[in-house]
Design a protein around this ligand. Structure first.
Ligand SMILES: C[S@@+](CC[C@H](N)C(=O)[O-])C[C@H]1O[C@@H](n2cnc3c(N)ncnc32)[C@H](O)[C@@H]1O
Length: 318
């Protein structure tokens, strides 16, 4: 297992959220996927932090990603042309390339910085010839993308301003019979038991509640009913499932780094939104002292993940 050190407390990754991109507020409000940050205009150091969390998430939840991939293979068969929409650091792109050995992936992201990282990773894995990075706002258009067999959109659809318009763009980009898989989650993963900080019982729950308010403002489509939206756009829904995942990893590894990185990312957004005593307790968890969350042996990573698999009907024109 590789060792990475997320940006420490007090670093830019922990700074007050910033950046009001074209998608609205720049709330930094969550972990790898469940964040409320619209990436447009987000500083590159913050995106480095996000890319690192996305990689940690994929590492910890590898069995879940693998099972989602198996379901996609079942639905899509053998495919050649794939789009990873909101590709981020490329965890989905690389899983798809492994799953579909003769396919090419167009990795779409609105962040040039993310795409640079993804391109570097592709080169390091000797996969550059099978990946085409495309910088685009998928909420507006997918320029030059047509006749696609499979679109994978993981933790990206909730970032779109107008999900119905984006689904329409994806529908047109797919060939008739092509498959769209949407993966989403319920927000920031949980790590701590209610009594993990005895002097502030329920600390993490209160952080989550504050984030829920932020999400309602910054990413109102987090938690949307994608099944209904898919049907109303003309897709045929073939599979829909929700899984409550719970990991009890060995102490001292990726889970501690993931918890530290996630909580660091939300810390700035919580100023003034939770009680000062809660902020102080959170800072203690993020500090380098004996209570550092990275060294706890009682972390349980909990996250609810949802998957929708839908098809553009074969008789829907060309
Ligand atoms: C939470 S990350 C998920 C990354 C990756 N799919 C994964 O599951 O690891 C969301 C990604 O969507 C991208 N994104 C957000 N809004 C977008 C838009 N309108 N068009 C294209 N990409 C977008 C962000 O830059 C970010 O890389």
């Amino acid at each position: 297992m590789t060792h990475r050190t997320p940006a420490p407390h007090g670093s830019p990754a922990h700074s007050q959220p910033h950046g009001h991109g074209p998608h609205g507020t720049g709330h930094s409000a969550g972990g790898a996927h469940g964040n409320g940050t619209h990436s447009h205009g987000t500083a590159s150091h913050e995106q480095d932090g996000l890319a690192e969390l996305l990689d940690l998430d994929a590492e910890l939840f590898a069995p879940y990603l693998a099972s989602a991939m198996r379901s996609i293979v079942e639905a899509a068969g053998d495919v050649e042309r794939i789009v990873d929409l909101g590709a981020g650091s490329g965890t989905g792109t690389f899983a798809l390339l492994k799953q579909f050995p003769s396919a090419q992936v167009t990795a779409v992201d609105s962040s040039a910085h993310m795409l640079e990282q993804l391109t570097r990773s592709a080169a390091a894995k000797n996969l550059a010839s099978r990946v085409r990075p495309l910088e685009a706002d998928a909420g507006t258009s997918l320029p030059g993308v047509t006749d696609v067999d499979l679109v994978w959109a993981s933790a990206s659809m909730h970032h779109m301003d107008d999900p119905t318009a984006t689904l329409g763009i994806i529908f047109k980009a797919l060939r008739p019979g092509g498959v769209l898989a949407i993966a989403e989650l319920d927000g920031m993963p949980r790590f701590l038991a209610d009594d993990a900080v005895p002097e502030r019982p329920g600390l993490e729950g209160r952080c989550r509640d504050a984030l829920t308010t932020l999400h309602a403002e910054g990413v109102p489509h987090l938690g949307a009913d994608w099944g209904a939206l898919l049907a109303s756009t003309g897709f045929t829904l073939e599979d829909e499932r929700t899984e409550n995942l719970e990991l009890r990893p060995a102490p001292g590894g990726s889970a501690g780094l993931y918890a530290h990185g996630t909580l660091s990312r939300i810390r700035g957004a919580l100023d003034g939104r939770i009680e000062p005593a809660d902020l102080e307790a959170l800072d203690t968890l993020l500090g380098a002292g004996p209570a550092d969350v990275r060294h706890r042996d009682d972390l349980v990573v909990r996250s609810t993940r949802q998957l929708w698999i839908a098809r553009r009907p074969t008789d829907s024109g060309s």
